[in-house]
Design a protein around this ligand. Sequence first.
Ligand code: 3UK
Length: 542
Amino acid sequence: MAYSAHVDTFTRDKLPPPEAQPEFLFDLPELKFPERMNCATELLDRHVAEGRGGRVCIQAPKLRWTYADLQEKANRIANVLVKDLGVVPGNRVLLRAPNNPMMAACWFAVMKVGAVATATMPLLRAKELKHVIAKARVTHALCDMRLAEELKLAAAESPDLKHIRWFNDASADGLEAAMAKQSAEFSNVDTARDDTCILAFTSGTTGQPKATMHFHRDVMASCVCWPPYVLRPTPDDVFMGTPPLAFTFGLGGLLLFPLHIGASTVLLEQGAPQDLVDAVLNYQASILFTAPTSYRAIAAIAGPLRRSSLRKCVSAGEALPAATRALWKEATGIEMIDGIGATELMHIFISADEKEALPGATGKVVPGYVACVMDDSGRPAKTGEIGKLAVKGPTGCRYLADERQASYVKNGWNYTGDAYALDAEGYFHYHSRTDDMIISAGYNIAGPEVEDALLRHPKVAECGVIGVPDEERGQVVKAIVVLRPGNEPTPEAARELQDYVKQSIAPYKYPRQVEFAASLPRTETGKLQRFRLRQATQGETK
Ligand code: 3UK
């Protein structure tokens, strides 16, 4: 067996068998990694070693850390993990905090000791945390004191989790006090490029969340594909955004990519629209990462961002409606960078920069990856034909001991579960999740297309479109609409929206049912939970 630094071999033992794994591609010269590498050395220590220790690395309210500061914190935490808590390489360390500098320092400490970071979404409750702890066989946890309650409940029922340290905690037994007693030096564990270093749980809109496994080389691969080829940041950029660090969209965009290039990042615990606008201006942020709905909400108050420091805006997590792209451009003058990524593939693999952006399309395949739209028999579909998106590249799906591996990976391809069409220019056009396609009276209708039409109506703040069972047509299109303030949810308003859709797209796609709601159910990562909209409909008495 190849070299591994893991003493605790749990993650290696739980890898899917080779034949169930996707094919990995390392054609780009930047992807020829050495056999041994530790991503913390590459992303953090390298900058200090090369004389950039004095550059700003992380900012947060009332705080500014240089690269040398972050290295010192991470080293002290690494020493606490090894010397006080007995962590050995390969152990799973749960991390739990809002996006803040200590969370980032803890993440690097886990990399440095050769352990496996298992970051959890701040909103998870004890029951969900218990599942994560059991599935990942978590032995240690570092947790922001303000999120202690649910973790304490989960820990009480999790015999494997024996050591917890709380941070952002001034008490004598808090992590900060323990750090003060430790050395600021640490020699990173010499991990193998294919030692697992993170377990990222999928948001799990249905069924139990799956744990995806990523190696040190996957972390680095995510830094050398999409960022330099599509985002093209510079060391003077200031990164900012809302996705949690526990979500690989946030981990990459707000921690890995800025550090890889020696730029700086602003970590914010609050991501409401006004917080973000204020923060962009206060910190002179130049690159923003958030989800489509958030851009839509910010657009209403984005006036001050026009001609500000902001120059690049990245949208991911769900499809970017052309209507939202247009709204943002009108408000700020900035053409957004859309990109589809997945927890299974670590980060973005189809995208277009601000110059290549094509409204309504996600973009082209990112260098390092290949992508294909497959028909039902697993052969490439014809140009323009809707099929299943399949992807291969330097990263790919490895579920930890999960039989659902076989439905994500087939014949070496990663099937993301999205219905796409590829045009003659190489642009990939998103239609819907494959299991969300609405079939009404024999027509295939993609909810997001109807949503895009509705979002163009001035009364519509947000909407979700689903198929609901119908005796005559199989399914009918139903829209759940959140109106902008000042508009009444009347039958006339519903008719107005229906007529509006009929005039902008093929009339058979119009929502035969329109329901008004005060808000829509979304995941912590900004995804619309269509299954909850469908459940709500099934619960109704007709
Ligand atoms: C959907 C999109 C259309 C799509 C993610 C960037 O979202 C991320 O990961 P998840 O595992 O979800 C993956 C699924 O989300 N999706 C994401 N982005 C887009 N659909 N256009 C988009 N731009 O269904 C995909 O299969 O939560 C995104 C980086 C890292 C990520 N983990």
